[in-house]
Design a protein. Sequence first.
Length: 385
Amino acid sequence: MANLFEYLGYELAPFDEREVNAIDAAIFSQACMIDGAGIVPAAPRRPSALSRLRALVAPGSMRSACFADLARAERFDTMFLGFVPGDLKEMLLRLVASPRYRDVRLVGYQAVFDETTHTQFAATTYVWRDAFAFIAFRGTDTSLVGWRENFDMAYKPVVRAQRLAKAYLETMAAHLVCPLMVGGHSKGGNLALFAALTAAPRVQGRIAHVWALDAPGFKAGRFGQEDYRPLEGRITRIVPDDSIVGMLLEHHGPERTVESFATGLDAHSAFSWEVAGDDFVGRDRPNDASLGLRAVAAEWLAGMDDARKEQVIDALFAAIAASGVPDARAVFAGGPEIGRAAMEAMRALDADERDLITRELGNLAAIVARRVGQDVAGALFGWLG
């Protein structure tokens, strides 16, 4: 089974011979998970009239780096972020060797991390001569702050990372004269869509394509079909056949399903998606488990107002904090240790928080039992008693 690694080995044509495809979009989106601080020049400030003129007269004047500049062994212990750092490291070495990617210029690195506002944001722009600029937004890392921001999207119409994404897109657009592509994986795909949907019309008109790869949607009612119309035909949403993250929150427009050789959360990794030639291997639709998850999550969230959702999320993350787990990787690893920590954390909450979580998880269990099956509900929520 071929994947992104094999593609980087056999696709040798430069971008002026073979245009950007869905696999390239996934590669740029994954490359954004590499920490470029101190190597990739920082994002410019909001442009003045003079900087706009400079971009038109001398479009190549923006300082840049290349993938080879990132390949510094002394930084490897900390520069590969997220849940698959080993895959990112291997990908970087293949990018350095690839005649398709080795001359891509990296510009505009920006990263913001703020525990107070639950903000985890980063972006990098990849420029190929004067043909295109791919503006990539980073997905969620393993920090609990980043995951809290994801949950906040269920009740907030806008989170800070989304505002930062819109500002970043508009700023980079003002400094670039080539066509724009926008993309990201996981939360990065959500940020890419948000930025493109809310950007000024002059920027939207320059966007050649938007790629949202197994990305969560938005708070119900945040966007409607009319919001997508200015970008009609220029948005591609991709989910694996066993999707979890891409089934969450509200989406509009068509959805493309691709084959993954992994299951569950492991299928979320774009490195598990099968490729053939210059495209991913397609499937007709997500599997029944993924579609069931979408229906369950939508019904559960619809049963709570925004204030209630915020209370539940506050209580949930209070329990996670009380459990002592260091990051999201430990939470998703599961196992008996996490189960015991969760039970201890529930006991550490005050009575109101504990009752709130128990009640809403009970509601969720009832929805799962009705829509998916009593056996599944029992396996997932039997510990509630």
